[in-house]
Design a protein around this ligand. Sequence first.
Ligand SMILES: Nc1nc2c(c(=O)[nH]1)N[C@H]1C(S)=C(S)[C@@H](COP(=O)(O)OP(=O)(O)OC[C@H]3O[C@@H](n4cnc5c(=O)[nH]c(N)nc54)[C@H](O)[C@@H]3O)O[C@H]1N2
Ligand SMILES: Nc1nc2c(c(=O)[nH]1)N[C@H]1C(S)=C(S)[C@@H](COP(=O)(O)OP(=O)(O)OC[C@H]3O[C@@H](n4cnc5c(=O)[nH]c(N)nc54)[C@H](O)[C@@H]3O)O[C@H]1N2
Ligand code: SF4
Ligand SMILES: [Mo]
Length: 721
Amino acid sequence: MTTEKQKHYSTCTLCEAMCGIEVTTQGTEILSIVGDKLNPFSEGHVCPKAMALKDLYDDPQRIRTPLEKTADGWQEVSWEYALDKVANSLFEVQQKHGVESVATYLGNPNAHNMGAILFGPYFYRALKSHNRYSATSVDQLPHHIVSRQLFGHQSQIPIPDIDHTQHFMIIGGNPLASNGSIMTVPHIKRRLKAIQNRGGKVVVIDPKKSETADISSEHHFIRPGTDALLLLAMIHTLFDKKLIAAKELLGFAPDLLSVEQYVSEYSAKRVAPLTGIGETEIIALVESFCAAGPAVCYGRMGASVQAFGTLTQYLIMLFNMLSGNLDRQGGMMFTQPAADLLPHSGRGSIANFHTRVRNLPAFAGEFPVSALAEEILTEGDGQVKAMVIGAGNPILTTPNGPQLDKAFEKLDFVVAVDFYITETSRHANIILPPVTALERDHYDIVFHNFAVRNSSKFSPAIFPISDTTKTDWQIYLGLAERLDRLNGLPTDRYGTLWDKEPKGVVDDLLKSGRYRYEGEPLSIDVLLKKPHGIDLGPLQPDLPEAIYHNDKKIHLSFDYFMTDLNRLEKHFFSAKLDTKNSSNLSEGDSLQLIGRRHLKTNNSWLHNSHRMVKGTNNGLSRCTAQIHPVDAAKHNIENQQLIIVTSRVGQVSLPAEITDKIMPGVISIPHGWGHNKKGSQWKTAEQHAGVSVNDLTDEMVLDELSGNAVLNGVPVTIGAA
Ligand SMILES: Nc1nc2c(c(=O)[nH]1)N[C@H]1C(S)=C(S)[C@@H](COP(=O)(O)OP(=O)(O)OC[C@H]3O[C@@H](n4cnc5c(=O)[nH]c(N)nc54)[C@H](O)[C@@H]3O)O[C@H]1N2
Ligand SMILES: Nc1nc2c(c(=O)[nH]1)N[C@H]1C(S)=C(S)[C@@H](COP(=O)(O)OP(=O)(O)OC[C@H]3O[C@@H](n4cnc5c(=O)[nH]c(N)nc54)[C@H](O)[C@@H]3O)O[C@H]1N2
Ligand code: SF4
Ligand SMILES: [Mo]
């Protein structure tokens, strides 16, 4: 290896923004990471997390060799031994307890990892178990269901055309902290400012005056979990004020105007007292949206991960359609990705099987993760006895973490594919550590499909794989091959896969895709000559091609979605509230718990980087409970005072941060903290432990239509510690 300084052009994989980075290396050392100014998509943008890629690479606590848990603690073992041991152990559990007894949980970083996406499925297929879980059901599940029903494919999700819109309504998203989600968008601040500079508006609907709300044209506090009501009233207003502009969409969705009958009861006047947004304000929101020209209404975590998340996302889509903003420049548009996996991937089966204990529906072959603990703890046929955890930390990231923590202790065997000993992987018998992002080839097979502009880029690994290191795909393929062999199945096809590598699959997709570049079909070779990536232009109108249903029509699926109005009526308007499910109404002393993100966090796993946790938040750690001065006064709580927050499932104690940026009656606690569990090994993170908000969230309360978790709008009480 050369000892000269070298510059490499790569891509940050930490969040969805796909920022191009310039990485300077010397030998095996990373000297610096800065934004790649010549990347046509991100134009030099990076956030402070880009340097965390270096910290991760350097971190002495990061695991580099497979570990086995023994009576004398963790022991380093060889890859051959570790992969054999895992495959044999999973095989044995399945022999003894049946195929369903092994469950898998896939975490968020998989979505940023082409190897795991393209080759991981060989392993799940070899396992044959239906007991599959992932972070999808604490996140974007509603978006998938809405797209599956309307457009025929779970991942055909339209994206805000932020660069051409004149009015951007953001419901429950904070892109200034998250850098955008289901909207791959570097330079979000510049782009939001640009809307305002061209005479447009950015409107934020959020129980918190977030960083995004701070730079918006208008912000409206909304009571957590009442967005579906707001959307119903917004659609009601479209009809009432004769603002429907859907003529061009009627050819694709002939029944669209019959939405009117479903919203007739939901006037702005009726919903206003529940949402906290006044009747005239709601009407004005709609009028100004419709007067703006191209406009787009977009909802993210706050709108999705709540009791009516699926209904809310559906209504957002209807609102965009009825106002004439679907598939319109400056509205919600479909991308035209260069390497399009969609035609080759599952469209998303809805409820074709159910969980054993609570009878919850599967979507696209996955069960709601809220059901995982009970599937481990409840005895009987099909009980989960072993777990595979791939790039996830569900003990901190899914509802009722402590219950899952206890459940994990009962398992016969656990394997974690992870490079840290986390709150979850500490339960593993074997940990298989892949290399970090900069050590593997990268093509963003997911997030190009959600990007606000079409582009294409391949980032080859900066450091080559050695004999002693493996990427995620090598781990999964190694396990798949071993399992098939143990099951007596043919394994000849693996030879081809080992040679092809995930990048070979991307190459096929590019070559069979819709773009040519300078006369040649796009390919990995073409992209290698363009290390900064290539721009493929703005999003284009794409109906009916974007529709995956055979009849090329949008299926509005009223029967599926609108039946949830019965639950909504009961929840918000029935005189006698079902207290178990009344998660959305502040009653008496209870507050509504919501989540938040900070620019320097990434779910649960960047807190071992000193750079990410240092610095102050007015002298407080970043894991605080934000409450409004009115609520603080009511409970005699002072700023920075330790308080106890209690929910149906648990209790945490953390400092209060009193701020009028939060709506009265609401409390905000970030997720991903709580690094104080015995046996996890991340020294810096432990010094900034915080508490886990998912010790409070309730695995029994779901968005019933989808099975998605309810992490926003959780009823809690507070008191001085
Ligand atoms: N209360 C509350 N809870 C939430 C949320 C919220 O807003 N509020 N947000 C939810 C959301 S949106 C999400 S996506 C989930 C995330 O939930 P999870 O995916 O369960 O958790 P992460 O914190 O992303 O954990 C990722 C793990 O993968 C490891 N890892 C990182 N990169 C790689 C890699 O390349 N390969 C492998 N094999 N491992 C890797 C890390 O070390 C870490 O242990 O959290 C959810 N939980
Ligand atoms: N820095 C950083 N960036 C990240 C991540 C991270 O952990 N850190 N995680 C990544 C992941 S996995 C995801 S999924 C995305 C998420 O991306 P976003 O959805 O943009 O991120 P959040 O910060 O969760 O924003 C949710 C907003 O919804 C508001 N909210 C809460 N409840 C409600 C409600 O009931 N109604 C309404 N209208 N609003 C509500 C919250 O106050 C918050 O401002 O971020 C990604 N980017
Ligand atoms: S915005 Fe996201 S992709 Fe860009 S540097 Fe930050 S973490 Fe990486
Ligand atoms: Mo997420």
